[in-house]
Design a protein around this ligand. Structure first.
Ligand code: TA6
Length: 278
C-alpha cells in the first residue's frame, strides 16, 4: 500500500506499508522520517519535538544533505544545502511484490535554487522499502559545465541507549574530527561517552551498528566517506527540535561524499550515492 497523505497544516508525505516493513517520506526534502520492519522497533530515530512544517527540516530520519555537506563558503546559505527544505515531486510509486515497495522523488533546479547554486540539475531519490532500506541519491548534471557536490544521506538511527552502542568496521580509518578540525585515525570499535562528530575517509566496507537488542549494517556504494555523529549533552541543548535527553537514543551514521570525497559531475553525467541498511 502506498498512500499520499497530508497533515492538518498541509504538510504532505507518502505512507508505505507492505508485508515486510512500513515507512513515511515527506515531499519536503524527500525526507524519509519513519522506517520500521514488521515486528521490530523503528530503525530510524525521529525527534518527539520535530517540526513538520514547510521551511523547517524534520529532525531525524534521513535528511538529504545536498549539494553541499556542512557549511557552504557563503555562510548565509543553509547548512547541509537546500535540498532538504525544498519540495520534491513524487515521480514514481510501485509495489514490486508484497514485500517490497519503491518510490522515486525528484528535485530539479528552480529560480530559488539557481540563486543559491548556479547550476542546472536533476536530483532523484529512489527509496526501496522491504526488510532492507535502500536509498539511491542520483545527481544528474543538466548544465553545460561541470559542477562539484558534497552530500550525505544523514541517517539518524534509533538506539535503546547510547551507552549500548558500538560501531564496527571503521578501525584504522582516517577521520577529520569536526570538534577539533584535526586529522586522526580510528583505533578499534567506536563507543560513545562524549560528543562525537567525525568524517571518516577511505571507507570501503560495511559498517555495523551494534545496539543492545539489534545489529544493523550499512553498505554504501560510490562513497568513501562516512560521518559519525552524536551531539552528547551540551550540543543537544543547542540543537533545535531535540529534547535534552535525545542524544541518549540516537546516533547518526551518514552515507556521504563529504570533504575529500567530493564528486565532480560532468555535463549530462550522473553520480549515484547508494546506501543499503539491513
Ligand atoms: O553530520 C553532523 C552534523 O554536521 C553536526 O555537526 C550537526 O550540525 C548535525 O550535522 C545536524 O545539523 P543540522 O543542520 O541538521 O542541525
Amino acid at each position: 500500500m502506498i498512500v499520499h497523505k497530508k497533515l492538518a497544516n498541509g504538510f504532505a508525505f507518502i505512507e508505505i506499508k507492505n508485508s515486510a516493513a512500513e515507512a513515511k517520506i515527506a515531499l519536503q526534502g524527500a525526507h524519509l522520517f519513519h522506517y520500521e520492519r514488521v515486528g521490530e522497533e523503528p530503525i530510524l530515530w525521529l525527534s518527539e519535538v520535530s517540526d513538520f512544517e514547510y521551511g523547517k527540516a524534520i529532525r531525524g530520519g534521513v535528511p538529504v544533505c545536498w549539494p553541499w555537506f556542512g557549511f557552504n563558503e557563503d555562510k548565509t546559505l543553509p547548512q547541509h544545502g537546500f535540498a532538504r527544505t525544498a519540495i520534491w515531486e513524487c515521480v514514481s510509486c510501485s509495489e514490486t511484490d508484497e514485500n517490497s515497495s519503491s518510490v522515486i522523488l525528484r528535485l530539479t533546479h528552480s529560480q530559488e535554487s539557481l540563486k543559491m547554486w548556479p547550476y542546472l540539475f536533476e536530483l532523484d531519490l529512489h527509496v526501496t522499502i522491504s526488510d532492507k532500506l535502500t536509498m539511491e541519491l542520483k545527481t544528474t548534471n543538466l548544465d553545460s559545465t561541470p559542477f562539484t557536490i558534497t552530500q550525505a544521506l544523514h541517517t539518524y538511527f534509533a538506539l535503546t541507549h547510547i551507552s549500548d552502542a558500538v560501531i564496527k568496521g571503521l578501525d584504522k580509518k582516517p577521520y577529520l574530527n569536526a570538534l577539533t578540525w584535526k586529522n586522526e585515525v580510528q583505533e578499534g570499535d567506536i563507543i560513545f561517552n562524549q560528543e562525537v562528530d567525525r568524517v571518516y575517509q577511505e571507507v570501503d566496507g560495511e559498517i555495523t551498528l551494534c545496539d543492545k537488542n539489534r545489529t544493523l549494517h550499512v553498505r554504501n556504494e560510490n562513497s568513501s566517506s562516512v560521518v559519525v555523529w552524536n551531539p552528547w549533552i551540551e550540543k543537544t541543548k543547542r540543537m533545535n527540535a531535540m529534547k535534552p535527553n535525545a542524544y541518549e537514543h540516537m546516533l547518526c551514521i551518514e552515507s556521504a561524499n563529504a570533504f575529500d570525497d567530493a564528486r565532480v559531475i560532468n555535463p549530462q553525467k550522473s553520480h549515484t550515492l547508494k546506501a543499503v541498511i539491513y
